[in-house]
Design a protein around this ligand. Sequence first.
Ligand code: AMP
Ligand code: MN
Length: 271
Amino acid sequence: MHSQHSDGSLSPHELLTLALERQVDQIAITDHDTISAYAELADSPVAEHADLKLIPGCEFSCLWSGRNIHVVGLNLDLQDSGLTQAMEVQASARADRAQSIANILERKGFKGTLQGAQANAAGGTIGRPHFAQYLIDAGYVKNMKQAFKQYLGAGKPGDVKANWPDLERACDWIRGAGGIAVLAHPMKYGITLTKLRKLCDEFSAVGGQGLEVISGAQDPVKTSTLATLATDFGFYASTGSDFHRPGQPWAELGKVPALPVSCTPIWQCWP
Ligand code: AMP
Ligand code: MN
């Protein structure tokens, strides 16, 4: 799930409090390309709560075959120096990309987009949803859907090909920090099953060990396809709500379907 440190609406503390209320027993905050939420939780009693295990994580933006692919690192050693460097690399790639997106949007006649997006990011990592929100608030588009469909979504002018790492580099960072690399929301990339198998194959070859078999309130047919993929490639199965904010259409925090029994749950990897 995501906090205000990237494009989520809740603070890390609010996320944990909500998870406890919903009787979730373990969670990972996986902000886009940052682990700064964990620093904010350093003195928080909820982060040490006996009923809620917090698995340190991060969602890495990557490039594969010209596409933006997300790899979640779970159970990371947040003190690892390679991870610290990785966060600097990703922050710099994000800052450069934000400038490029802003330039493109300015050329389309939209004013003040970088400052607007930065204000929406409020010190967290800056992403396309922050630009989308600015376009809405400035009256340039009606809603998020339109902002992505016309300007920011895959293949649109604002979908700038950032200098994201390849899968191997992201997996090296994750494994170097003692974590497990998980291919996030595999059904959201809009690729064929043949291509998805190729992605799984290459991900496995560079050290990927997990597949997000459940991502939000997902069609059971997709779940069963992903469970088969997990078995075929020997991936641990992960479950994610991809929670960004209360009321989001795809899943509420903690309200995710169970893993199929054929899967090996990723949480077996930590005590
Ligand atoms: P970024 O990290 O800047 O690449 O932005 C990725 C985030 O944008 C995703 O995690 C989603 O939250 C959001 N997003 C991507 N595509 C769409 C879409 N079509 N509609 C709404 N939000 C989207
Ligand atoms: Mn993602």
